[in-house]
Design a protein around this ligand. Sequence first.
Ligand code: SF4
Length: 486
Amino acid sequence: MSLPSYGHWDADPFDHPREECGVVGIQSPGSHSAALAAIGLFALQHRGQESAGVAASDHGTIRVHSGMGLVSEAFRDGDLDGILGDTSIGHTRYSTTGASDPCNAQPLVVDGSNGKLAIAHNGNIINSVQLREQLLERLDCRFDTTTDTEVIAHLLANAPGGTWPERLFYGMRVMEGAFSLALLTPDALIAARDPLGIRPLCLGRLPPEEGDGWVFASETCALDHMQAEFVRELEPGEVLVITADGVRSEIFKGDENRGRALCVFEWIYFARPDSMMDGRLMHTVREEMGAQLAREHPIDADLVIGIPDSSTSAAVGYAKESGIPFANGLVRNRYVGRTFIEPEQRQRDRGVRQKFNPMPSVLRGKRLIVVDDSIVRGTTTPHVVELLRKAGATEIHLRVCAPPIKHPCYLGVDMATREELIAANKTVDQIRELTGADTLGYLTVGGLLDVAKGQQAGGFCDACFTGNYPVPVQLDFSKMGLARTG
Ligand code: SF4
């Protein structure tokens, strides 16, 4: 059997959806807030590894530092020393719109009729090409990047309305898509979440030794690392304005019937297992999803293993529900960057070998249930199955803790094109055959949503599984669309 290839060089060699960015905002009186923002960004590193940056406001002056790579590469010793001020925003980026290029690193700063504005964005604006054309017609603004974030920045910096909530609400009326925003003006810190709440955003309070200030972040794990106490998640359509006078919240009154559409992939894979959403720990939710998977696809076996690290919680849940012992059968080498994973077939096996090391003494002679959190292109799984067989596994029963991904994401996640999505083009049995597994079972959409919804009434986006997008999408959307118009 010939093994499928990774596709192009830029494809994720480990076949996961690519994360969509992380944002933080900090107001901490008397502090060097950019340094605190960097702590938050380290916690959000999993949401984007292409670039990182902070912007801080110091007595009306906004200064920015950003760089390519991981937070530790973007912020070298002394880089933040001059980024003074007790109010700041920060960003870790994975490019969902625009190329991976230093000019696209965030935060961006623009100047408009409403004054200076720094912006950090998590999400994706579907109609950004049209909005940019309208802005170019209407205003004398210059675009320096190929990102939708710069479109949002100019839109807001020149939006009608006397207050920031009014300007954000104008933006919410004209922008279609996903956005959790961290904004910084010379005298205010602003957080905003799109009316469907597609991307997460939460508010926390710093302790007295940090000036009793306020922080917000994409995930609660960032609050934890900044030693902030979780206050609450922002509501869909909420705008929070934090100034020296306090915190003001206003909520967009748009189409009341649209409801929340939080990305369910945050729960499956994106969010860190130690983050909380809807009052639930992601690790526990994933255990419950793994238990549901065990109920839906039971099989007799000796051991349950997860593909580390992102599938471990689900594998533990599968093991608990099935009564089959969980084992660590694969060790992941955390220090192999994707730069070193080579694209050619011969080198691809080597790449999987570099990333994962099976433990034959655990696996030899065993019938394995192998839990993975998702399969996107199906390019890595056959290599992992082969690795486990070579380590002595006698049977491999693959269990995927997500439904088959049949539709691309247009809302801030770089998944793949429809042509690249294996489940959009093959049946489950064809995929099983390609992976080399003995059996294959996916979590059902109903099972996933039963676990995710729990006691909450809140809705989820599940469009990559069902094709039911919560907003009208352009099926020919390309992340490089703005680069082409630029
Ligand atoms: S399409 Fe999938 S990945 Fe994209 S927002 Fe919806 S659930 Fe998340």
